[in-house]
Design a protein around this ligand. Structure first.
Ligand code: ZN
Length: 284
């Protein structure tokens, strides 16, 4: 059972990030405002409520809890959650779930959707109304995806801004199209990746909240060693960080070699002044 003390919770950019992001151990990040959970390293308290699960890749610390989660949802007689994952993982995970159904002697139901980079789909009419998820290729040791959630809202066209309400109403009544669709990238969660992802995806760099992995924080594991394992080193993100234009750069997936206090001290020391106040270390 999870010790709730390992949970972290952060309110940032109008969103709550809740969960566990420990490098090599477990990643599971819930965003209640969107009804979306990122990765299923295990199945922590609260995870069974989520109907949309966006998976970065198939390493066990990011996906190892999925059979348990699927089984528990079946026991609850709840519909299976929609689990979105890299297309390469779809078939082998289906084999695992079939084997698990056989072991348990249950007619388990599940809903897996395999995705290629660039796929985009609506997150439905519930909490995430108006939101769509897009997956982008990341650079890791196995096929892996980052997920971006964008929200589209209607805004008055610039030429009508400032017009009195009755006049706008009259325009609408006479069939005028007074609204523009406005799409904002709200949130990106990278999963495991080398720094190339940050350099390659302008969309991620302008998300309101970017949850980026930083596994290594010191020379205990240097940049070259970190890259060999498909991860990001603090030095690399610090060097590129001024390209981030969003509200919050949230650093996750810290190796257990580094305490939170050490990471917070390094973040304050190392990030340039223009970025420092937007950087948050997540996870105990
Ligand atoms: Zn991994």
């Amino acid at each position: 059972m999870h010790d709730v003390a390992v949970f972290d919770e952060l309110k940032v950019g109008g969103l709550t990030l809740r969960g566990i992001t420990r490098g090599g151990i477990e990643t599971c990040l819930m965003v209640p405002e969107l009804g979306v959970m990122f990765d299923v390293g295990m199945c922590p308290p609260g995870a069974l409520k989520y109907d949309n699960i966006l998976v970065s890749h198939g390493h066990a610390d990011h996906l190892g809890g999925v059979a348990y989660l699927v089984s528990q949802r079946n026991l609850m007689r709840a519909p299976p959650p929609a689990i979105h994952l890299p297309q390469e993982v779809h078939e082998p995970l289906t084999r695992i779930l079939r084997a698990w159904a056989e072991i348990e002697g249950f007619d388990l139901k599940w809903q897996l959707h395999g995705h290629a980079p660039g796929d985009r789909f609506s997150l439905g009419a519930g909490l995430a109304r108006g939101c769509a998820a897009t997956c982008l290729r990341t650079t890791h040791r196995v096929p892996s995806l980052a997920w971006v959630v964008e929200r589209t809202t209607s805004r008055l066209k610039p030429e009508y801004v400032g017009l009195p309400g009755p006049e706008i109403a009259e325009l609408r009544r006479s069939g005028g199209d007074v609204l523009d669709a406005h799409t904002e990238p709200l949130l990106c969660v990278t999963g495991d990746t080398q720094i190339e992802f940050f350099h390659q995806h302008e969309l991620a760099r302008r998300c309101r909240v970017l949850v980026h992995e930083v596994t290594s924080w010191t020379d205990e594991r240097d940049v070259e060693q970190t890259r060999r394992w498909g991860h990001t080193h603090l030095d690399e993100l610090v060097a590129a960080s001024e390209q981030f234009t969003g509200e919050a750069l949230v650093l996750v997936h810290r190796s257990m070699r580094h305490s939170r206090a050490e990471a917070e001290r390094l973040a304050r020391q190392r990030f340039p002044a223009g970025v420092r106040d937007r950087v948050v270390v997540f996870g105990h």
